[in-house]
Design a protein around this ligand. Structure first.
Ligand SMILES: Cc1cc2nc3c(=O)[nH]c(=O)nc-3n(C[C@H](O)[C@H](O)[C@H](O)COP(=O)(O)O)c2cc1C
Length: 338
């Protein structure tokens, strides 16, 4: 269905470049880091569909220091990723800084420090959202990073640990004292994990308090959401997360919404299926057939949600164990769509 973004946006182009220290990102529609999802294949597709900037999944600084091969695969740049960031998680300044030497081999344009991951295993190691409880440590780690490299260091925080201990302003202050060049905020608390609503008023307050680029995350599913977040909070850029899974077209939608382009129609069912199939091809190229055919299933389920015959297709793909088997399933699915 065609969306009409022309009236509200006629005089107000909200699609802008973002300056992060010494780099200029040519747009303000970012793909969030998503563990288990934002691999090279998916990032490549998101860039094709208009993502201005992409991050790797979070990468353990400890694993990098130990020289873990699997971790290096996560850090690789996609061929169309002219500009990208590597996100690390770390609870230790020495290991964070130590990981940079090896990560610089991939020539990332920035390094992002994860201060939001709520997963118990990560939190127990003092990393992820545990850092919201120890904001001084954010300063220590960011300082160690900025003293080790000239590329921008950015920081992704939550609003706090619990609703009673909202301390995102303190966390941001610490990050900036350490030399951070941009703050992203996912305004849910650690206690919320990913449930409930994100509180966009925190994004607005953060933007008002500090003179630094601020990126908003949380509950972005459509181009209209992106426009609303920028209008309501004044943030410099937005970051699509769950809203991009199975729907990389959301970047085109967001660009249309931010520029006021009334011509954008959104993808048809065939385009969605073709895009999913291309992602499978890229995944096989990057991680090999055996792993790719398993990893791709969650993406295919998301791509085919709401598509005619999608449910039958999803029932079949759990049995797909090779490219050939998938190709046949895709061919059948597409022929039924026509
Ligand atoms: C499956 C999943 C994996 C995620 N992995 C990461 C991650 O590796 N690093 C990070 O900073 N945030 C991660 N996040 C948080 C997202 O980047 C984002 O901030 C959050 O999902 C809020 O946005 P949304 O409500 O639009 O999904 C993850 C979220 C989900 C659902």
């Amino acid at each position: 269905m065609r969306k009409d973004y022309s009236t509200s946006m006629a005089n107000d182009n909200l699609f802008k470049s973002v300056k992060i220290k010494n780099i200029e990102v040519p747009g303000n529609i970012f793909l969030a880091p998503l563990a288990g999802f934002t691999d090279r294949a998916f990032r490549r597709i998101c860039i094709e569909k208009g993502a201005s900037f992409t991050y790797t999944e979070m990468i353990s600084s400890e694993a990098v220091v130990r020289g873990n091969e699997k971790t290096f695969n996560l850090a690789e740049r996609a061929p169309n990723e002219d500009i990208y960031g590597i996100q690390i998680f770390s609870g230790n300044a020495a290991s964070a800084a130590g990981s940079l030497e090896k990560l610089m081999h991939f020539k990332p344009d920035l390094i992002d420090l994860n201060c939001g991951c709520p997963v118990p295993k990560i939190v127990k190691s003092g990393a992820g959202s545990a850092l919201m409880q120890t904001p001084e440590k954010i300063r220590e780690i960011v300082k160690a990073l900025t003293e080790t490299t000239d590329i921008p260091i950015t920081v992704k925080i939550r609003s706090g640990w619990t609703a009673d201990t909202l301390n995102y302003l303190k966390a941001a202050e610490m990050a900036l004292e350490g030399g951070a060049s941009l703050i992203s905020i996912h305004p849910r608390t650690r206690s919320q994990f990913y449930s409930g609503k994100s509180d966009w008023s925190c994004i607005k307050t953060l933007k008002e308090e500090f003179d630094v680029p601020v990126m908003g995350s949380g509950d972005l599913y459509t181009g209209d959401d992106a426009r609303r977040m920028i209008e309501e909070t004044g943030c410099d850029s937005v970051m699509f997360a769950r809203g991009a899974i199975g729907n990389p077209f959301v970047f085109e939608d967001a660009k249309a919404a931010l520029t006021g382009d009334s011509q954008y129609k959104g993808p048809g069912e065939e385009e969605k299926v073709h895009t999913a199939f291309r992602q499978l091809g890229f995944a096989i190229e990057y991680i090999g057939e055996e792993k790719a055919v398993k990893e791709i299933r969650k993406h295919l389920c998301a791509y085919t949600k709401g598509i005619t015959g999608g449910s039958a297709f999803r029932n079949k793909i759990v049995h797909g164990n090779s490219f050939e088997e998938y190709k046949q399933m895709f061919d059948e699915f597409l022929s039924e769509l026509k």
